[in-house]
Design a protein around this ligand. Structure first.
Ligand code: ZN
Length: 135
């Protein structure tokens, strides 16, 4: 069988306020800020911090109807998703779909790094939202 999910690329954490969260994760916890970005089409502001072999992605919903804002509203801030690298996102999506896994995205779309991404529906993965990113 060819590989499916590979390395953990990043852990997504939903926050209420990106500035406060950045301070906590960089000044207090000591992770190094790599980049930040506003994604108005997704109603999001995000920041990536280096955590050695992986990365932490902080996400603030800047529109009340964005999925991250709704997540924080319903559950409070906390771990939002795990993102794994895959080699051949179309193939992996096809194989997982054939295995009964449901996706949020029917086809891959471009993520903030310009690489194809897709989200698996958390109902398929024990309540954990999983993002796939082409490596
Ligand atoms: Zn992510």
């Amino acid at each position: 069988m060819q590989s499916r999910l590979e390395t953990l690329d990043h852990i997504g954490i939903a926050v209420r306020n990106l500035e406060d969260a950045k301070k906590m994760f960089s000044d207090t916890l000591g992770l190094v800020l790599i980049r930040e970005q506003e994604l108005p089409e997704r109603g999001l502001k995000i920041a990536f911090l280096s955590a050695g072999s992986t990365t932490v992605e902080l996400l603030e919903g800047i529109e009340p109807d964005s999925s991250v804002a709704k997540f924080v509203e319903q559950r409070g801030p906390g771990i939002h998703h795990l993102c794994f690298e895959v080699d051949g996102i179309d193939r992996v999506m096809r194989e997982l779909t054939d295995s009964g896994v449901r996706f949020v995205d029917a086809t891959p779309r471009l993520g903030s790094e310009g690489k194809p991404i897709a989200f698996i529906h958390p109902k398929s993965t024990l309540g954990v939202l999983i993002e796939l990113i082409e490596k």
